[in-house]
Design a protein around this ligand. Structure first.
Ligand SMILES: *[C@@H]1O[C@H](CO)[C@@H](O)[C@H](O)[C@H]1NC(C)=O
Ligand SMILES: *[C@@H]1O[C@H](CO)[C@@H](O)[C@H](O)[C@H]1NC(C)=O
Ligand SMILES: *[C@@H]1O[C@H](CO)[C@@H](O)[C@H](O)[C@H]1NC(C)=O
Ligand SMILES: *[C@@H]1O[C@H](CO)[C@@H](O)[C@H](O)[C@H]1NC(C)=O
Ligand SMILES: *[C@@H]1O[C@H](CO)[C@@H](O)[C@H](O)[C@H]1NC(C)=O
Ligand SMILES: *[C@@H]1O[C@H](CO)[C@@H](O)[C@H](O)[C@H]1NC(C)=O
Ligand SMILES: *[C@@H]1O[C@H](CO)[C@@H](O)[C@H](O)[C@H]1NC(C)=O
Length: 675
């Protein structure tokens, strides 16, 4: 929360009173970064050998890297992808020892129900309900009144009883029970609209697909599989959802994702709407948001975003002049969050529960209208915390969605703006690539699949292609049955409706207008002469050295192995801008630095043979080629093993001597005595 979204460097003003907490968090992050190198080395060994070995393995292998070698290695690397070259997606592991060692502490799903004092009220289908144990309480409600996107106030109090219609979309309830105890909290929900407030419904409009978007701040696709285990699995198995595997961000921060999704315009192409800039105007005065377009098609709309103090459209921008949606939750969330004393709990409920209930109510109160709900949650994910309580809430919501059979006419999207920008993975290659590849999962409605029979197949094809947030805007318009071509025309980079058009296989970051800084595409090549080129030879030597290290404690049983041959090597490099980018945090804010000494970084997969065991192996290593550095000056080629080294031929009885003692080492062991 205290960290700024978007271009933090320009936004000193976005610090909150929580700076103290944030400062301590940052100290932890900085410490984590410093310790990272040490951990990397240790985890590398543990990955190979379950037993700790006395020898200290090293990742850095700088020995003997002369300037001539450095230049020779550099020359053999694939040229960086720029124009019209195909995009090779990185093959990132879901789990590795490195990742496992860096999981956040688990937050129990029932944290709030156990710790918080109970809420006395709930809101359901536009009515107030008093929980039975508080039946004797007197309550009054002060409606939340929006003045503009930055300020709202409370109106005058009026009494409310069990079953009262909501006095307004949101209100502050103040209750007192006969024994004198008090309760106060901000509640909100979908308030029944007057007929005059409902958008006109033309023939045919009622049959349009409804859309629910559940967004989580800072969640890569891979992280969603690690931390939203139940919700991801339910989406896949019961709703047939597809995740885009190479959905790439267009820039830093939340606006770079939400501006294009909600308007079709890139953040960089936006008309001036920034606070403090000359001629700046409100967003809805200079752009048409999807809420407005869909309203014209008869949709009822809801827009809610947690973290109102750093709102996507209010922190750096002027916000909306008029409420953009029929159910615009910003004013109530502002008041609620100002009173909220715990980062994820409101009384005994998890904060996201109320917004999810508002969406449910909208759907059950207006079954005969098309609806568009856009919700964005940040209470847990923005700080890279454990998401167990969110997984539980989302799973409940999805179970409700399934039980109401809403998939018949409602497309559901679970998404994020970007991967984690903080947290312990952030400066690793894995972390940087994951940051560029946020979650975008789409469950198409059955009605839509019937209307557009090729939609699902097209989406399935596109999940393997390079896709971007402007594509999502066009896709949403197509789901709503609106003409999406006008939106496309405004952008000099072509965008695609992912259910109607196949994204070309050749789309690369430059065609998509993805800055190299954020480009997750790798440039790949199979090496022509792997036996005689330095990178694969050194990589294979490193792998063999790690294998020998793993058996070192059993040297009386297993002989040392030597590299004999290299049959194949595939090399891929990430864009230099992405490789050199590192996030740092200081007491005030997160910022980026460029590590210029890093000359190239990527992955090399080598297939090699060893003697005397006639073993064949395959290993993937991350490499970094450095030209001098502050810690160890000089040229260096660093390796880190990714995942396990696989043995690709049989070892038969050659490893029997260790089979009982350390079965996991059989593939690396050649017994001295055939016994
Ligand atoms: C890629 O292309 C852009 C624009 O054409 C250019 O500015 C940039 O320098 C190129 N990058 C590389 C690595 O060639
Ligand atoms: C409030 O009303 C609901 C239904 O309208 C009812 O189920 C509940 O028992 C009532 N609560 C109290 C405290 O009377
Ligand atoms: C509730 O309101 C009624 C009528 O205003 C009042 O008579 C009663 O004392 C109040 N009860 C409590 C617990 O405040
Ligand atoms: C959408 O589907 C739900 C569940 O089947 C149904 O209750 C609702 O009436 C449908 N809405 C429209 C507009 O067809
Ligand atoms: C996920 O599902 C498993 C099995 O049903 C359950 O034990 C676990 O509590 C669930 N986790 C969450 C966060 O809901
Ligand atoms: C480091 O590189 C040297 C020279 O290329 C090689 O002999 C040695 O085995 C390597 N060390 C490791 C741990 O891979
Ligand atoms: C490596 O660093 C040296 C010294 O800073 C510099 O002269 C040289 O140009 C660099 N080489 C490359 C390929 O960046």
């Amino acid at each position: 929360m205290g960290l700024c979204r978007g271009r933090a460097r320009q936004d000193k003003g976005c610090l909150t009173a929580r700076t103290v907490i944030v400062t301590s968090l940052m100290l932890i992050f900085v410490t984590a970064t410093l310790l990272q190198a040490v951990y990397e080395r240790r985890s590398l060994l543990r990955r190979i050998s379950p037993k700790t070995t006395k020898v200290s393995p090293t990742i850095r292998n700088s020995s003997g890297l002369s300037e001539a070698d450095f230049i020779a290695i550099l020359k053999t690397l694939p040229k960086e992808t720029n124009s019209s070259s195909r995009c090779t997606p990185p093959d990132l592991p879901l789990y590795s020892r490195f990742i496992r060692d860096r999981r956040p502490a688990v937050i129990p799903a029932d944290l709030c129900s156990k710790r918080g004092s109970p809420n006395w009220l709930r809101v359901s289908q536009s009515r107030v309900q008093l929980l039975s144990q508080f039946a004797a309480a007197n309550c009054s409600a002060e409606p939340v009144l929006r003045l503009d996107d930055h300020t709202s106030k409370f109106g005058s109090a009026q009494p409310i009883r069990n079953g009262s219609e909501l006095p307004s979309l949101g209100f502050r309830a103040s209750c007192r029970s006969p024994d004198g105890t008090k309760h106060s909290s901000v509640y909100y929900g979908t308030r029944r609209l007057r007929d005059s407030q409902l958008p006109p419904l033309r023939p045919g409009d009622a049959k349009r697909d409804s859309i629910i978007i559940l967004g989580l701040d800072s969640l890569s696709r891979l992280e969603s599989l690690r931390s939203l285990v139940n919700a991801s699995s339910l989406l896949r198995t019961q709703l047939g959802a597809l995740s885009l595997l190479q959905y790439n961000i267009l820039g830093d921060g939340t606006p770079a994702a939400l501006v294009p999704i909600l308007t079709g315009t890139r953040e960089s192409d936006m008309p001036e709407a920034r606070r403090g800039f000359k001629g700046a105007r409100h967003l809805d005065e200079v752009m048409q948001f999807i809420f407005h377009k869909l309203k014209e098609l008869g949709y009822l709309t809801l827009y809610g975003e947690e973290g109102s103090s750093f709102g996507t459209f209010q922190l750096r921008f002027l916000g909306f002049k008029n409420e953009p949606a029929d159910f615009y939750l910003r004013p109530v969330l502002q008041k609620q969050e100002a009173l909220q004393s715990h980062h994820i709990c409101i009384g005994n409920e998890v904060a996201p529960a109320r917004m999810l209930t508002a969406i449910k109510d909208m759907f059950s109160m207006y079954p005969d209208r098309p609806k568009f709900a856009f919700s964005f949650f940040s209470s847990l994910s923005h700080e890279s915390k454990d998401l167990t309580p969110m997984d539980a809430e989302l799973t409940d919501f999805l179970k409700w969605f399934v039980s109401e059979n809403l998939i018949s006419n409602t497309t559901l999207i679970l998404m994020s703006d970007h991967g984690q920008r903080l947290g312990p993975l952030r400066n690793s290659m894995q972390g940087k690539l994951e940051e560029s590849l946020p979650l975008m999962t789409v469950a198409l409605s059955r009605q839509l699949e019937a209307r557009l029979p090729r939609a699902r197949q097209t989406l399935a094809t596109n999940r393997n292609r390079l896709t971007i947030p402007t594509d999502i805007h066009r896709t949403l318009l197509s789901i709503a049955g609106s003409d999406a071509t006008a939106a496309a025309a405004a952008d000099k980079f072509r965008s695609y409706s992912l259910i109607d058009e196949e994204v070309p296989e050749t789309r690369g970051c430059s065609e998509a207008g993805i800055p190299a800084h954020w480009c997750s595409c790798l440039s790949s090549e199979k090496m022509q002469h792997p036996e005689s080129e330095q990178l694969p030879v050194r990589a294979a030597q490193f792998a063999v050295a790690q294998m020998n290290l793993a058996t070192a404690g059993f040297r009386n049983a297993c002989t040392e192995l030597r590299l004999d041959s290299i049959s194949e090597a595939d090399v891929s490099v990430a864009s230099l801008e992405l490789s050199q980018r590192e996030r740092r945090t200081d007491a005030a804010f997160a910022y980026e630095v460029r590590i210029r000494s890093l000359t190239a970084a990527g992955y090399v997969t080598v297939r090699f043979g060893t003697v005397p065991n006639a073993g064949l192996y395959e290993a993937t290593l991350r490499f970094a080629l450095r030209n001098g550095s502050a810690i160890a000056t000089g040229r260096a080629l660093d390796f880190e093993l990714i995942g396990e080294i696989s043995r690709t031929n049989r070892y038969g009885s050659a490893a029997n001597c260790i089979a009982h003692r350390m079965p996991s080492l059989r593939k690396f062991c050649f017994c001295r005595l055939a016994s």
